[in-house]
Ligand binder design. Structure first.
Ligand code: ADP
Ligand code: ADP
Ligand code: ZN
Ligand code: ZN
Length: 746
């Protein structure tokens, strides 16, 4: 079997490296974050393979495919077709469910069309995405959204006092004037004194609440909010709009189908007493049980295929899901495992599968099962590439490529390549980390108080009573699906909304041009330094403003649209892609112009800048382990773990807050985790409360308090099975987490 051979790779920070990757083996890429693992695996291997695949399609297909830039490499040989199995969210709408994404729902539909009683029709009659099958009331969504308009009205106030609790309607604003100048309202009358006709005018623009608006400029605030908030994807809208939507839109179960999404005819069709919707509400283990009782030989093969699919989902640690679960509500780790399962069912061989930290979100107990799936994928004749930090995953590697020695400019080399046994002897950071583990913390902090949660019942939680200690670091543990996020990120965070700061891995809601410098708020200071040094206006150092290159208008590229062909995107020749005009580029601070300054990594920048407004923030980047990021790197290029850490950097100055983090070690090397723990110490010593959902055993050992949710996942979880110190957990607890923690101490 010929190896994949990469020669002279200089993508991103890589220093002209050459290496081989054995085919039909599991190769794990290790190294501190920012060392260059993704640059090799995603930006080079995956990108080049997909780019070459795309090139085989005709131009009109190509123009519809994603574009993969050519990696900066001298030569790559023996690539295969590749599939990236990453943690990006799965399809973003309510019509996409675990059932539709896994393909199991379509098999169930065929099953019902064959043996369901009474016979209804073809498989499309069981689809909630097809007019034949969907509930007409909710169009197959299972729920309807409603505007809670009263939440936005302050009944004690008049128009002049600001009766609409939305800054868009503040006194004197454009919206306010539409109403105030319509002549329809007494501007000094509080809303609670309105007659029902006046109230209808306010809400619907007409006195009876139904007809045409009396004044075309006043269509009613109910209609206004319905139009802007209902049935729309608001993810790209402003924070203000998203917050409003959260406050005003309530989702209610559809009263027609009761959340089952299908029409009466489809729901009346049953197999062994269950409708297709009943099956989709069951946890996968129970569904398997029900399917295995179908004895009709005519559908034997179909049932067998369904059961095999279910077994893979159960085996990979998702037994607690149900097929009707909407995919946007899955965590990154769950999404990745679902994708893995989908590919496990594939009959293609000879592919290269690429995984990004597949252990993310997994309890140590479940990692070995996933390891088995990776091995099966290999044994079917595929090449498996994995970026990982987890010891248990690294230990199954046939081959390890360790990238380092450090991050950014100080990384980019292959410091070790060989088998797992030799890695441990290699003396690299990863090699050393394989041999050590942190001790269980003995000197614990005392809580300054606690916040109660009583009778929590959301999803699988079983009347949970728990006290969350204040002023210390609590780690919340438990297998995937046990209820950690439901208890902490949903119930607790909602109850104490005003005191809680959530630092998650979700997208950063800022403009697409955001960079660490703009997000952390020191870009202005950099521009001011340049302006002062050169006696120029600050706006000259902004490519959205007077600093823009006149040829490309600050875009850095020229796009030439061609009919029936890919548009041609070329780097702007005038500015060489750097977006700024000559006048801006001619100005320097300490010998570096704006582009060169933004190209510095945080650690390099610390040697250039002295201004405290800047250095303070740069040190924060360092503290959260992001010193390798450049000041101008687009935030859109960050991984989930990096996004979470840059949000953490932004919140480092907090005092007296309750900070919640979900798996902050995602993407972190064992040596980075020690730094993160120091940072947690600092945050707690400043009077913050830290609540961390984690599977990492070193983090658990360093907690002041552990709350373990279990005993297992889904309906078998939802209880607090242990609350106490790490030492107590190791000593006497009998939970799954205690078992893993004890094993790692011996
Ligand atoms: P790892 O996967 O090991 O965490 P990466 O390959 O993501 O590391 O990053 C290696 C280096 O390349 C880092 O210094 C990172 O900031 C830089 N880098 C990664 N992606 C980009 C990009 N799109 N533009 C500029 N620099 C990048
Ligand atoms: P953990 O954080 O421990 O992995 P979760 O809190 O995400 O677990 O999930 C606990 C249970 O609640 C699981 O059975 C899960 O399927 C269910 N659940 C979580 N989120 C939702 C949701 N949005 N809709 C329906 N069920 C959910
Ligand atoms: Zn309905
Ligand atoms: Zn230009």
């Amino acid at each position: 079997m010929t190896d994949i051979i990469v020669q002279g790779l200089t993508q991103n920070n890589l220093k002209h490296v050459s290496f081989r990757i054995p085919k039909e083996k599991i190769t794990v890429f290790t190294g501190v974050s920012g060392s260059g693992k993704s640059s090799i695996v995603f930006d080079t291997i995956a990108a080049e393979s997909q780019r070459q695949m795309n090139a085989t399609y005709p131009a009109f297909v190509r123009s519809r495919l994603p574009k993969y830039p050519k990696p900066v490499v001298e030569r790559i040989d023996n690539l295969t077709a590749s599939v990236v199995v990453d943690q990006s969210p799965l399809g973003g709408n309510a019509r996409s469910t675990v059932g539709t994404i896994s393909g199991l729902y379509s098999s169930l539909r065929i099953l019902f069309s064959r043996i369901g009683k009474p016979y209804v029709g073809t498989a499309s009659y069981f689809s909630f995405n097809d007019p034949n099958g969907m509930c007409k009331t909710c169009s197959g969504l299972g729920k309807v959204s409603q505007i809670d308009i009263e939440a936005v009205i302050d009944p004690d106030k008049s128009w002049n006092e600001g009766c609409i609790k939305d800054s868009l309607y503040r006194r004197g604003s454009w919206y306010w004037r539409q109403y105030a100048e319509s002549g329809l309202f007494d501007l000094d009358k509080p809303v609670k004194d309105y007659s029902s006709e006046e109230y209808n005018l306010l809400l619907y623009g007409s006195r009876n609440g139904k007809g045409e608006p009396e004044n075309p400029k006043v269509t009613g605030i109910f209609h206004k909010y319905t139009k802007t908030l209902l049935n729309r994807d608001l993810s790209s809208k402003s924070k203000h709009t998203q917050k409003k939507s959260q406050d005003l839109v309530t989702e209610m179960e559809c009263t027609e189908c009761h959340g089952k999404r299908l029409n009466e005819e489809a729901l009346s069709c049953k197999i062994n007493g269950y409708s297709i919707a009943d099956l989709c509400e069951m946890e996968l283990t129970q569904l398997r049980e029900v399917l295995s009782q179908i004895t009709d030989q005519t559908v034997g093969v179909l049932v067998q295929t369904l059961i095999e699919g279910l077994d893979r989902m159960i085996e990979i640690g998702l037994p607690y899901l149900h097929l009707n679960r909407e995919t946007p509500s899955l965590s990154g780790g769950e999404a990745q495992r679902l994708k893995l399962v989908r590919y496990m069912g594939s009959s293609l061989t000879g592919m290269t599968y690429i995984f990004d930290e597949p252990s993310a979100g997994m309890h140590p107990r479940d990692v070995y099962r996933m390891n088995n799936l990776l091995k099966q994928l290999r044994d079917k004749g595929n090449t498996v590439l994995v970026v990982e930090h987890d010891k248990d995953v690294i230990s199954i590697a046939d081959y390890v490529i360790d990238v380092g020695p450090q991050a950014g400019q100080d990384g980019g080399e292959i410091v070790f390549a060989g088998c797992y046994g030799d890695l441990q002897k290699s003396g690299t950071l990863t090699g050393k980390a394989m041999l050590q583990s942190l001790p269980v913390k003995q000197e614990l902090r005392r809580p300054s108080g606690s916040l109660p949660v009583r009778g929590a019942n959301l999803y699988n939680l079983k009347n949970v009573d728990v006290d969350i200690p204040l002023g210390i670091m609590t780690v919340v543990t438990g297998v995937a699906g046990s209820g950690k996020s439901t208890l902490i990120s949903k119930v607790f965070a909602n109850q104490y909304e005003n005191d809680v700061v959530m630092i998650d891995q979700g997208p950063i809601t800022a403009t697409s041009r955001s960079t660490p410098a703009s997000y952390l708020g020191f870009f202005d200071a950099v521009r001011k330094l340049l302006a002062e040094e050169n006696g120029k206006p600050v706006s000259l150092f902004s490519f959205n403003s007077t600093g823009a290159c006149p040829v490309c208008g600050g875009k850095g590229v020229i796009v030439t649209e061609l009919a029936f062909m890919d548009p041609i995107i070329t780097e702007c020749e005038a500015c060489g892609g750097v977006r700024y005009n000559e006048e801006a580029l001619a100005c320097a601070y300490k010998g570096k112009n704006i582009v060169e300054l933004l190209g510095l990594t945080a650690s390099q920048a610390l040697e250039v800048f002295e201004d405290a407004r800047i250095t303070k923030r740069l040190r924060m980047m360092q503290q959260v382990g992001l010193s390798y990021l450049t000041l101008g790197q687009p935030l859109s290029s960050l991984s989930g773990g990096e996004r979470q850490r840059i949000k953490l950097a932004k919140n480092l100055g907090k005092k007296g807050s309750i900070i919640i983090m979900d798996e902050p070690t995602t993407g972190l090397h064992m040596s980075d985790i020690e730094n993160l723990l120091k940072l947690f110490d600092m945050l707690v010593s400043r009077g913050n409360t830290l609540i961390v959902i984690e599977h990492n055993l070193d983090v658990m050992k360093q907690a002041d308090w552990i709350i373990d949710i279990g005993p297992d996942g889904g309906k078998n979880g939802g209880e607090v099975v242990f609350a106490g110190t790490p030492a107590d957990m190791v000593k006497s607890a009998k939970t799954l987490t205690a078992h893993s923690l004890r094993a790692s101490c011996s």
